[in-house]
Design a protein around this ligand. Structure first.
Ligand SMILES: C[S@@+](CC[C@H](N)C(=O)[O-])C[C@H]1O[C@@H](n2cnc3c(N)ncnc32)[C@H](O)[C@@H]1O
Length: 359
């Protein structure tokens, strides 16, 4: 084996989550990350040794990494076969991580969407027992109530064992283990499945900035049929929504909503209007959609967030996806939009969500 150059950072073990939608490109993603041999854990997680964990958060491969965690404790085992798994695991977590005083403990299943709920219950029971051992920590704190920059004890458990580590939610790219927050998409509770994307995006944004005040005014581009509009209105926000297609009738007459059935390209806000946030989920070419966002940013207050779905129609190769991201971000940077974060949300398909801030 060739020894690394003197002074190289140490090799450490990390857990990364590559969303299932990118599974066909896992080899390309791992190559871009510069990691060698990895151990797959379930359909989405990989145990990877690396000297450069920053590559999980910045750089060309980062948008494909939904969540990351340094593995400070691993117990490869088959939990149902281990006597007193919960008690033994909880005692070890307390001994290892108690002195580090994490702000909270969040444990989840390695396979979040598995129909078998065994590991979801196991993670929840293990969390309950571990919390009892950490004085002063309560299970009552909602995950999004954590301080984004303060270390948390995160862990995932599955048929491959228990993997845990301590890192801030912001560095891990999520408040929840795996980054996921489950949002109901059942018919009747939402107008379109896009509703879950903005719900998750708003939770995610708390990693980077405080929530908008009640009554904040959003400009929404490409709103039909209105799943996202509905979610914003439910949260007490005001929305000016635009689309060539109509909104769902359930939104008719909503007091916080103004709707224009028009092409975004011909829309000009009424004189004097200043929006406090912009949301764009327009389909079609991402750079064309971004052009409209850029044109309309002059009607936003400085510091306003822009939530932009970066769609990738026609990009059916990994290089095509990487290019679509690079070129769109280049356009945004040239127009003075500051990138706060770029991620793949659980409810995204083959698309990404960019979070910008208006200068
Ligand atoms: C993915 S859908 C939006 C779904 C929506 N966010 C929701 O929550 O239900 C994309 C929408 O963008 C609209 N769209 C695309 N280009 C547009 C344009 N230039 N002007 C107006 N609407 C546009 C389409 O009509 C379509 O309804």
């Amino acid at each position: 084996m060739i020894a690394p150059p003197e002074g190289s950072p140490p090799l450490t073990n990390w857990l990364i989550r590559i969303p299932e939608v990118f599974a066909p490109w896992t080899p390309e993603i791992l190559t871009l990350l510069g990691v060698g041999q990895t151990t797959p854990l379930g359909p989405e997680y990989h145990l990877v040794p690396t000297r450069d964990p920053e590559a999980f958060r910045t750089g060309a491969a980062a948008p494909f990494i939904g969540w990351n965690l340094p593995v400070h404790h691993s117990w490869p085992c088959h939990p149902p076969k281990m006597e007193n798994f919960i008690e033994k695991a909880a005692q070890t977590l307390w001994k290892k991580f108690g002195p580090l005083s994490p702000q909270g403990i969040y444990l989840g299943p390695l396979q979040a969407g598995a129909p078998d709920r065994y590991y979801k219950s196991l993670a929840s029971n293990l969390r309950g027992r571990t919390l009892q051992l950490f004085p002063g920590l309560s299970g009552a704190l909602p995950a999004e109530g954590q301080q984004p920059e303060v270390p948390t004890l995160f862990g995932v458990v599955g048929k491959e064992g228990l993997f845990a580590g301590i890192q801030s939610p912001r560095a891990s790219n999520g408040f929840h283990p795996g980054g996921t927050k489950f949002i109901s998409q059942s018919a009747g509770s939402t107008i379109s499945r896009a509703g879950a994307k903005i719900a998750e995006a708003l939770h995610y944004l708390l990693l980077h900035r405080p929530p908008l005040p009640a009554g904040a005014h959003w400009l929404e581009l490409g709103a039909s049929p209105g799943g996202m509009t509905w979610e914003l209105l439910q949260r007490g926000q005001r929305v000016t929504a635009l689309d060539r297609a109509p909104l769902d009738q359930r939104l008719d007459g909503h007091p916080g909503l103004t709707f224009s059935k028009a092409d975004v390209a011909v829309f000009t806000p009424p004189p004097g209007t200043r929006y406090e946030a912009l949301l764009c989920d327009m389909n079609g070419d991402a750079r064309q959609a971004l052009r409209q966002v850029i044109r309309l940013t002059k009607y936003l207050q400085p510091g306003s967030p822009v939530v932009f779905t970066l769609k990738t129609p026609g990009s059916d190769t990994f290089a095509g996806l990487v290019d679509a991201i690079r070129l769109t971000l280049q356009d945004a940077a040239r127009a003075g939009l500051k990138l706060t974060a770029l991620t793949h949300l659980t409810y995204n398909r083959q698309e990404f969500t960019c979070f910008f801030e208006v200068a």
